[in-house]
Design a binder for this molecule. Structure first.
Ligand SMILES: CC(C)(COP(=O)(O)OP(=O)(O)OC[C@H]1O[C@@H](n2cnc3c(N)ncnc32)[C@H](O)[C@@H]1OP(=O)(O)O)[C@@H](O)C(=O)NCCC(=O)NCCS
Length: 189
């Protein structure tokens, strides 16, 4: 069912498109598109070492971007991007799968069974130049709309959150997330 919705959104991504205003600037939030490869490489290459450590680690930018583009409309992922002219100001990584050994296993260790039919994994990342200006806040409504459109209503952090990522923890708490153990936070929509 979810894979059908993901394929349909790749064919017609317009249901995911929104306009947002952040710090006085108009940005478009939309699904990642096949033509976004070089903008995505530039976004990843532009992240500071701190942002990269908190987010997707050290894989090659080109390989990571190629993976994301190749996955459009397939598998379990939907990626949203916030577009500022030619540049990506932020991305939201959404996944509908719960592979063993990751979130589902960590939550089980805390006595929580994640329902595979209801849960979405959520991972936002904002370009350093845009951090602290309200972009992540503005990405929440489009992200929750996308998750609801995908038929999910439980949101867990994709990969968890580092214990020393104070800004991200404040952001998640502000948006109704609560802690589950040391690195996980979740909320119900
Ligand atoms: C965590 C992250 C997504 C938050 O993004 P952000 O755009 O900086 O976050 P917000 O939009 O919530 O804004 C954060 C700050 O801007 C401030 N702010 C300034 N102007 C604002 C405005 N107009 N509207 C809202 N907040 C504003 C907020 O008060 C907040 O302050 P605080 O950090 O002292 O609490 C971002 O810092 C990031 O991508 N970090 C690197 C990767 C990462 O950690 N990802 C999460 C992995 S779990």
């Amino acid at each position: 069912m979810s894979t059908t919705v993901i394929a349909a959104l790749a064919a017609d991504p317009s249901p995911l498109t929104r306009t947002i205003t952040v710090d006085g600037a108009g940005l478009t939030v939309r699904a990642l598109l096949p033509g976004d490869g070089s903008a995505l490489v530039a976004f990843l290459a532009g992240l500071s070492s701190t942002s990269r450590r908190f987010w997707h680690g050290d894989t090659s930018h080109e390989a990571a971007a190629a993976d994301w583009i190749e996955a459009i409309g397939r598998y379990d992922k939907v990626r949203l991007v916030a577009v500022d002219g030619e540049d990506l100001a932020g991305v939201v990584d959404l996944s509908l799968s719960l592979p063993e050994g990751f979130e589902i296993t960590r939550y089980a260790a805390h006595g929580i069974h994640l329902d595979e039919e209801r849960t979405a994994r959520f991972g936002p990342c904002v370009a350093d130049a845009w951090q602290g200006r309200g972009l992540a806040d503005a990405l929440i409504p489009p992200a929750w709309d996308a998750i609801r459109l995908l038929g999910r209503d439980v949101v867990v952090l994709f990969g968890g959150v580092h214990e020393d990522n104070a800004r991200a923890r404040r952001f998640y708490r502000r948006h109704g997330f609560t802690e589950v153990g040391a690195v996980d936070m979740w909320r119900h929509l």
